[in-house]
Design a protein around this ligand. Structure first.
Ligand code: ARG
Length: 482
């Protein structure tokens, strides 16, 4: 008999089999099961069931003894799952039905657990609990990567490099300033995760399948049990039962936060790949995060960075999947929505390992001070400062810009560095140039002059070191990223 026509006995679907004369085809079971990936929701599902049954007892729908039996059974099942001893059954489709059926086999009162609840509000609750946890965990991992970047900045605090626009040398910056730019990007990622977690913090239970329940439940009680509370401990429950079971915005927001984090790490990785090439040689990446070539013995490839760049494509793909999944669906729940979990879980897992690898890559990173010093010694990097020199002597900026452009042309014609153009040549370009004009090329002095907030001068760098130390220490104390 073909696999597709074999069917399971209807009794095996005790949760909804009542109206069916035959069970689903084996092919349909294999096609429609989600337990292979949603079993990771088990701790959240069990927490939700404990809170729900506590509420049912609180409102007198079940007895205290029934609640206690349900709780003990759920605790035992969780212990088995954590020990890897629980037997998952794809015939029971998903994590929710696997746990409920196992409980019902052990505890008669479990037949009352699903009172005033549907898998629709159950899965919405599990996912909100999961997302709160995922946002906090990922934020901590990103903070650890920030810590590694800050340590690298600290170890090379005196190093100057050229900053680039259009991948052309533009102006000198402290390496720390470049690294702080990365910290800013990652800080925004953490802020986005904190915002997503805050929006996840509303309890769906009580929404039922679509239209709540006729039974006298207490939604606020359940919300409080599960920690869906505001800063003052007041319960937060979702406000529209139809939206609650249909909504997947949080999934998309989380995937978006991960995708944008992916874009950030991809840009960081790209800088490191460039900097580690023979053409730059600013940085030596740690052996532990590189590989060699099977053919060319001299090669050391920046694989961790390339994979960080590559994973960002995958994170964007997951976001796209979630956007497309929800876009054409009529209200409310549709089975399509089961497909929300693989991309979401994948974004979480991949973003988490990317954060770890980013931290690891920075931990063993060494800057090549000589190469950085040679690159930043190019006096052309201070051409803008030379224009500012003229501005300080009353020349309008446009005129100053034009004059310095002419000096650059002279230097190119004479084949000398910008600071070695003879004074008589420079005087003939613009009379406002005085004999002290070469002091502009004193790099230390040039950096000192960049004093304003957000600029790469040494006073600001010092302030930013203090700021980041504080921001990252706050993470450790468990405060959310702002
Ligand atoms: N496995 C399902 C999912 O993840 C659970 C919700 C099922 N609800 C339903 N009405 N069939 O979407």
């Amino acid at each position: 008999m073909a696999k597709s026509t074999k069917t399971a006995r209807p009794s095996q679907q005790a949760t909804w089999g009542g109206r069916f004369t035959s069970g689903p085809a084996e092919l349909m079971l294999a096609f429609s099961e989600s337990v292979s990936f949603d079993r990771r929701l088990a701790p959240f599902d069990i927490a939700g069931s404990k809170a729900h049954s506590a509420m049912l007892a609180h409102t007198g729908i079940i007895t205290a003894a029934e609640r206690d039996a349900i709780h003990a059974g759920l605790d035992a099942i969780l212990a088995e799952i954590e020990a890897g001893k629980f037997k998952w059954d794809v015939k029971l489709e998903d994590v929710h039905m696997n746990i409920e059926q196992a409980l019902t086999r052990r505890v008669p009162a479990a037949a009352k657990l699903h009172t005033a609840r549907s898998r629709n509000d159950q899965v919405a609750t599990d996912m909100r609990l999961y997302l709160k946890h995922a946002c906090a965990q990922l934020s901590e991992k990103i903070a650890a990567a920030q810590r590694a970047i800050l340590d690298a900045a600290d170890a090379h605090a005196d190093v100057l490099i050229p900053g680039y626009t259009h991948l052309q040398r533009a102006q000198p910056v402290y390496l720390a300033h470049h690294l702080f730019a990365w910290l800013e990007m990652l800080q925004r990622d953490r802020a986005r995760l904190a915002e997503t977690a805050a929006r996840a913090n509303w309890c769906p239970l009580g929404s039922g399948a679509i239209a709540g329940t006729t039974l006298p439940i207490d939604r606020e009680f359940t919300a409080r049990q599960l920690g869906f509370v505001d800063a003052r401990g007041r319960p937060q429950v979702t406000q529209n039962s139809m939206d609650t079971v249909a909504d997947r915005d949080l999934f998309t927001e989380f995937a978006h936060a991960c995708a944008l984090f992916g874009v950030h790490i991809s840009r960081i990785a790209e800088d490191l790949i460039l900097w580690s090439s023979a053409e730059f040689k600013f940085v030596e990446l740690p052996d532990a995060f590189c590989t060699g070539s099977s053919l060319m013995p001299q090669k050391k490839n920046p694989d961790s960075c390339e994979l960080l760049r590559g994973k960002s494509a995958r994170l964007q793909g997951n976001l796209h999947t979630l956007l497309t999944l929800a876009k054409g669906l009529p209200l409310t729940y549709n089975r399509d929505l089961q497909e929300d979990k693989p991309p979401l879980f994948d974004s979480h897992d991949q973003a988490a390992i990317c954060a770890d690898v980013l931290a690891g890559t920075f931990t063993g990173l060494k800057m090549n001070r000589d190469k950085c010093a040679a690159a930043v010694a190019d006096p052309a990097l201070l051409a803008t400062d030379l224009a500012d020199y003229l501005v300080e002597r009353g020349v309008p900026f446009r005129e100053a810009h034009h004059a310095v452009g002419a000096v650059v042309r002279v230097a190119e014609t004479l084949r000398v560095p910008l600071d070695k153009v003879p004074y008589d040549e420079i005087q003939s370009v613009h009379p406002a140039f005085e004999p002290d004009w070469t002091q502009v090329f004193d790099l230390k002095r040039a950096m000192q002059k960049r004093r304003g907030t957000g600029m790469p001068g040494p006073q600001q760098i010092k302030k930013q070191f203090a700021r980041w130390e504080k921001l990252i220490a706050e993470t450790r104390k468990g405060k959310n990223a702002k």
